[in-house]
Write a protein that binds this ligand. Structure first.
Ligand SMILES: [Zn+2]
Length: 161
């Protein structure tokens, strides 16, 4: 039997919900019990309990089955999650289109997200990139401005040889 903490349960559910395009929700969350269900009539259930002496929750019931239809609107697809999914793509191609982003999310995860949310996710990735590449961009800018100023032999001697 697995032991997990509350945060771990939440992150498992976030991932699980988004990947399957289902609407999981926590119906009870107390100090000693967490109960998660899906849509009405769907057999999915997760019940985790904790007794007084333990600091971690024990998964008591986990029925990982769905009979619900895939839901095309999932509020669990957060900006953070979107940014994580598209980080590499945007880094490789910063002009990666929002419409493409939305299409891909629908195709791969059966999740519908607003273009507003995608824009925020992209901005987030760009900001992160700016942060981590600031130094390199700085160096490149210096390089290019020198390149513009100097088209001379002297320049070629300095940079190419
Ligand atoms: Zn379900």
């Amino acid at each position: 039997m697995r032991f997990v903490d509350k945060e771990e349960i939440k992150s498992i559910l976030d991932r699980h919900g988004v990947e399957n395009g289902v609407n999981l929700r926590v119906v009870r969350s107390t100090k000693s019990l967490i109960r998660v269900v899906c849509d009405e009539g769907c057999p999915f259930v997760l019940l985790a309990i904790k007794d007084g002496s333990n600091i971690r929750f024990k998964i008591k019931t986990f029925r990982d089955e769905h009979s619900c239809v895939i839901v095309y609107k999932n509020r669990k697809a957060s900006t953070k999650w979107l940014a994580f999914q598209f980080k590499e793509k945007v880094q490789e191609a910063p002009k990666f289109k929002i419409t493409e982003m939305r299409k891909e999310i629908e195709r791969e995860f059966k999740v519908h997200v607003s273009s507003h949310k995608c824009k925020r996710a992209k901005r987030r990735i760009m900001q992160e990139m700016e942060g981590s590449f600031k130094d390199e961009f700085g160096k490149l800018e210096t390089y290019f401005s020198e390149l513009r100023i100097s088209n001379s032999v002297e320049f070629q001697t300095r940079f190419i040889c």
